[in-house]
Design a binder for this molecule. Structure first.
Ligand SMILES: Nc1ncnc2c1ncn2[C@@H]1O[C@H](COP(=O)(O)OP(=O)(O)O)[C@@H](O)[C@H]1O
Ligand SMILES: [Mg+2]
Length: 438
């Protein structure tokens, strides 16, 4: 590192402590930004705001595999640095200079760029001629300051996930606040509905290796499945994936769990990462059916997903667990919409329930869907190996699954994250008793 190139330290970059509220355009960028591969990125900024945006992006889940370093001093600093150091996969340069000066400096920089290094320029002028000149010179992208972290993530994501090619699939993770609350049922019905309504390919990945019900729910008895992939993730390619998947309908395939108890499966978070990365290259949507357990890999899958659906039954233990999951997820995902809450099995006869109002007050978000207890349709559909809508299109839950599928695929306006309602409400004493931290 030369004297001119200073690494930005904490004092230089004051990152907002509060989670910024996501605005409309941010939500759109968030939906389009996909994970960025294992590359090294070095940025040379001119102003603190740009460095801050980069720093926030660097800490996001989508850049968790990348190695990012941020320096001040702009293009001059970069030239000095690369005279003595090899260039990384991607250089981000901020320059507020006018066209001629900027081009001259970038030409100088290019003399020190190794083949294969990409350059993204952040400028301060909305100048089409400059933009064209830069692209002609091989610059990958020109962004105009001020930039938001999500805008930046979307641009970087486009560089590595070709926008011309099919976009990398969106990953939706489903987890129950307790076991048996219907998380898998909702995962499967939503995945099926998604594939039917949007006429799009969907893969359901069953990560409940010992007790998964994906095979049963889709009336399949696969011999091979996801465990084979997780055991040797490095072998997973398109051909092997094809062999391991079980086709249920024209557009829906399952990556089934082995559901055997005599073999130990040691799942690692890294193996899950690799497998999900491969799967999402092949379909627009991956629905992940997580077991109700807590381990490093479950946490990783949850935190890396594009959308999270927490299913809870309306009782106190579910509420406490849902709140814990919600808090954990929100704390580490500043640039994502909060998890979606589905309250399932509402109105079960004779069972005392916590009201939706209290659920909403405690969790700070309204359920995206409240699904009634309906043992006739759910029970019979499950026994038949059918989806609820297939069994009975008149079932009350059928339109709810359709609606949920559209929301999760962003084919419908996103509902705003309703602010926590008043602190009061009938549940406050109970919450205090449980020492639930808001
Ligand atoms: N809304 C509902 N009404 C009645 N039964 C339901 C409902 N949702 C799910 N079930 C049933 O509850 C059982 C447990 O569901 P499952 O999806 O396996 O739960 P989880 O994955 O959370 O453990 C299944 O038999 C399922 O058919
Ligand atoms: Mg389940």
């Amino acid at each position: 590192m030369t004297a001119q190139a200073q690494t930005v330290d904490d004092a230089d970059v004051a990152i907002a402590a509060e989670t910024p509220a996501m605005h409309g355009t941010d939500v759109e960028h968030a939906q389009r930004a996909r994970p960025i591969p294992r590359i090294s990125i070095q940025a040379f900024c001119e102003i603190a705001e740009t460095a801050e945006a980069l720093q926030v992006a660097a800490e996001d889940r989508r850049l968790s595999k990348t190695h990012v370093s941020i320096h001040m001093g702009g293009v001059q600093s970069a030239i000095a640095h690369y005279q003595e150091n090899p260039t990384p996969n991607l250089i981000v340069i901020e320059s507020s200079d006018e066209r001629a000066l900027m081009i001259g400096q970038l030409d100088q920089l290019s003399e020190f760029c190794d083949a294969g290094t990409r350059v993204v320029v952040i400028g301060h002028h909305n100048d089409v001629l400059l933009y064209r000149d830069l692209l002609k010179r091989g610059v990958s992208e020109y962004l105009v300051a001020p930039i938001t972290p999500l805008q930046l993530m979307e641009s970087l994501s486009n560089l590595y996930n070709s926008p011309d090619a099919e976009p990398v699939g969106s990953v939706i993770a489903f987890i129950g606040a307790k076991g048996g609350v219907g998380s898998s049922t909702i995962c499967h019905n939503v995945a099926w509905s998604l594939s039917e309504q949007l006429k799009t390919n969907v893969i359901v990945a069953d990560l409940d290796l010992a007790f998964g019900t994906t095979g049963l729910d889709f009336n399949q008895d696969p011999i091979q499945g996801i465990a084979d992939a997780l055991q040797s993730p490095e072998r997973l390619d398109e051909m092997l994936l094809d062999r391991l998947l079980t086709k249920c309908t024209e557009r829906l395939s399952i990556f089934a769990a082995p559901v055997v108890l005599d073999r130990d499966f040691d799942i690692s978070a890294d193996a899950c990462d690799v497998v999900i990365d491969v799967v999402r290259q092949h379909v627009p949507f991956v629905a992940i059916d997580l077991p109700h357990t807590w381990s490093p890999w479950v946490k990783r899958v949850l935190l890396q997903a594009d959308e999270i659906v927490i299913t809870a039954a309306p009782d106190l233990a579910n509420l406490r667990n849902a709140k814990n999951i919600m808090d954990l997820v929100k704390a580490s995902r500043n640039n994502d919409v909060p998890p979606r809450l589905v309250v399932n099995m509402a109105g079960m006869p004779k069972r005392p329930e916590i009201s939706i109002k209290d659920f909403t007050a405690a969790l700070g978000i309204e359920p995206i869907q409240v699904i009634e207890f309906d043992c006739e349709n759910f029970g019979q559909a499950a026994n038949n190996g059918q989806m609820v809508e297939e069994f009975s299109s008149k079932a009350k839950a059928a339109p709810l699954f359709r609606d949920l599928a559209l929301t999760l695929s962003h084919r419908k306006d996103l509902r705003p994250d309703k602010k926590a309602k008043s602190q009061g409400g009938g549940l406050t004493p109970l919450l205090q008793k449980l020492k639930l931290k808001r």
